[in-house]
Design a protein around this ligand. Structure first.
Ligand code: ADP
Ligand code: MG
Length: 632
């Protein structure tokens, strides 16, 4: 076959590998072994489900061979193999699975070689150590066998070849040593043993290599002779089958990173076994960071499913509730049928039970984390809190009770995260409601006119910095019997009985003026009233019960909702203790026309403070200018 070219982005990745000065090149072996192990998984599964493809368990293995003379390292497996088309498809382009993010990062960080080791970059990583790679393979689905050869960026060839064993043999012709890089190390037994133990110990198939052993010379006791002996280098016990007490944290971390394509340690490891009606072992992880596409359609969540140690399904979605879809990992159950498919998975009663049990475990694990590792939890919340909030308001709040204690808010106290439980526990005795304010930043909220009075009363205000916060509380309605209350909406009951009485009298005395102002605003507000929430500022806009100002603002900025004209019902409140109030009173009797102008200006000011657009900025500016001229 004539030489074929790699796809453009594969070529870039390849170039990056070939010229890599990345120091951790040794990960190439982990990648090739992991591919071999995947191929063996597939063959094993086939053998159990298709009688015509039966194979002895003992024949499933990986063999490593060192050929010092030819500077070659050979990795051979008895896995599922590849046809010519599969070679073309799988080795000619970057594989989809782990490399999508790598690709995205590659676009961003051109020569950042550090990203290499951070990803499971798969097959191509072998080009970090080899200047020529040969892949011979025979598919379990029939021959002929084919050989794929590439020396890097100038392309590859695929030709028919002789091979009678199903499986794949990868031969790496190692690069020449340089001053900085000793590729011949990978021809040393001890090095290969080390690498297998370090990265691939848990692989469930034997990784074998012929090793040199010194044994006593039968003819001369004082001497030893070297013999060759096949040795299994890995312990083969899947990590999740080992007792927890025997597993070091680094082992979990390495396992997670190698298997789930991440470069950061997980934020939390959940490893447990359940015995009973449905027995299973789970090894699950919460990633230490948000996957770049977590909130996009392309993100695939789910757990791997094993039955009696046999891999059955990748990304089994039905095992995880949506609100915990950030969890990755695997479930191994002895009680599940091997022939279970994605379709069956959806309806299976056992699977539903399994999913419920998993959900409970994740939930209590998160609760423990919140209790015992606050800092770690807050970081987790920064990464995935959005998803928990989404879980609260999704499906009309069906899961709200499970999730409400897992969400965090910033607040006016201490500038730290607070849970609803903590908030309620430290509420002053006279406080009946849970106060919140919406805004795009803490600073913005702190500047709200209403905040100074609330501060004086010693009340804490939750900062809703994310639109979803208010969606959540609308679904929740209350927490622990305490309703949520926006400090900028409806009646805010901050006054003592005495103050209330005083205000009522004031409202009565100024009835004329208030209704003149309301008329002046000509339907823009539902009411003009004396405020009990203001201290330093003259006016503010509040929303009546119903759609809040924040929602209105959110809708105004949201391209999807724009133009639908959803508006909060507004009320203009004036501060009776502000000097402007006396001025208005005077105008009401002496100069009703001017009262109209002032009302209009104050109304627009209140809108601006609330972060809402004013209807006619030009007219507003004109009026301000007139007032400036007049006052001189
Ligand atoms: P990934 O493992 O993330 O899919 P890789 O670059 O490691 O990406 O491998 C690309 C693809 O090549 C694999 O998905 C698989 O289909 C195929 N492949 C690689 N090595 C083998 C192997 N030893 N046996 C069978 N197929 C293989
Ligand atoms: Mg791979």
């Amino acid at each position: 076959m004539a030489k074929k070219q790699f796809k453009a982005e594969s070529k870039r990745l390849l170039g990056l590998m070939i010229n890599s000065i990345y120091t951790n090149k040794e990960i190439f072996l982990r990648e090739l072994i992991s591919n071999a192990s995947d191929a063996l998984d597939k063959r094993h599964y086939l053998s159990l489900t298709d009688p015509s493809k039966k194979i002895d368990q003992s024949d499933l293995k990986i063999t490593l061979t060192i050929d010092k003379e030819n500077r070659q390292l050979i990795i051979e497996d008895t896995g599922i193999g590849m046809t010519a088309e599969e070679m073309e498809k799988n080795l000619g382009t970057i594989a989809k699975s782990g490399s999508a993010e790598f690709r995205a990062q590659l676009e961003k960080a051109e020569n950042n070689i550090d990203i290499i080791g951070q990803f499971g970059v798969g097959f191509y990583s072998a080009f970090m150590v080899a200047d020529k790679i040969t892949v011979e393979s025979l598919s379990v689905n029939g021959g002929p066998a084919h050989t794929w050869v590439s020396s890097g960026e100038d392309g590859y060839t695929i030709n028919e070849s002789e091979r009678d064993a199903v499986g794949t043999k990868i031969t790496l012709s190692l690069k020449e040593d340089t001053d900085d890089e000793k590729y011949s190390e990978y021809l040393e037994e001890y090095k290969i043993k080390d690498l297998v133990r370090k990265y691939s110990d848990y692989v469930r198939y034997p990784i074998q290599m012929e090793v040199t052993k010194s044994i006593p010379d039968p003819t001369d006791e004082k001497k030893t002779i070297d013999t060759k002996e096949m040795e299994t280098l890995n312990s083969m016990i899947p990590l999740w089958k080992k007792p927890k007490s025997e597993i070091k944290p680094e082992e979990y971390n390495e396992f997670y990173k190698a298997k789930y394509m991440d470069w950061e340690d997980p934020a939390r490891v959940m490893h447990y076994s359940v015995e009973g009606n449905l027995s299973y072992t789970a090894l699950m992880f919460i990633p230490g960071r948000t996957p770049y596409d977590f909130y996009y359609q392309t993100y695939e969540s789910g757990l791997q499913l094993y039955s009696k140690g046999v891999f059955i399904l990748d990304k089994a979605k039905d095992l995880l509730p949506d609100h915990f879809r950030f969890v990755t990992g695997l479930i191994d159950s002895d009680d599940l049928n091997l022939n279970i498919s994605r379709e069956i998975l959806q309806q299976d009663r056992q699977v539903k039970m399994l999913a419920r049990s998993i959900e409970k475990k994740i939930q209590s694990s998160l609760e423990d984390m919140l209790k015992d590792e606050r800092e770690n939890y807050e970081k987790f919340f920064d990464n995935f809190g959005l998803n928990l909030k989404y879980g609260i308001y999704k499906d009309y709040g069906i899961n709200k009770n499970k999730l409400q204690d897992l969400i965090l808010f910033h607040s006016s106290k201490e500038g730290k995260y607070v849970t609803l439980k903590e908030y309620v526990e430290r509420m002053p005795a006279d406080q009946k409601e849970i106060y919140y304010a919406c805004g795009s930043s803490a600073e913005e909220i702190e500047k709200l006119p209403v905040m100074s009075r609330i501060r004086d009363k010693g009340y804490e205000v939750l900062y809703f910095l994310d639109e979803r916060d208010e969606f959540c509380t609308q679904i929740m309605r209350d927490y622990d019997g305490k309703p949520f209350k926006s400090v900028t909406a409806g009646d805010l009951d901050l006054d003592s009985a005495e103050e209330k009485k005083e205000k009522e009298e004031k409202a009565e005395a100024n009835k004329d003026m208030l209704s003149a102002m309301k008329d002046a605003l000509d339907g823009k507000v539902k009411d003009v009233r004396i405020s009990s929430r203001l201290k330093d500022d003259p006016v503010c806009i509040v929303a009546d019960e119903g759609l809040s100002l924040e929602m209105e603002r959110y809708m105004a900025n949201d391209p999807m909702a724009k133009g639908q004209g959803m508006k909060a019902v507004k009320i203009l409140e004036i501060n009776p203790d502000h000097p402007v109030f006396a001025k208005l009173q005077a105008m009401n009797t002496e100069n009703p026309d001017r009262l109209k102008d002032y009302t209009d200006v104050l109304y627009n000011q209140a809108l601006l403070i609330a972060g809402l657009p004013i209807e006619d900025p030009a007219a507003y500016a004109r009026k301000i200018t007139e007032l400036m001229i007049r006052s001189n």
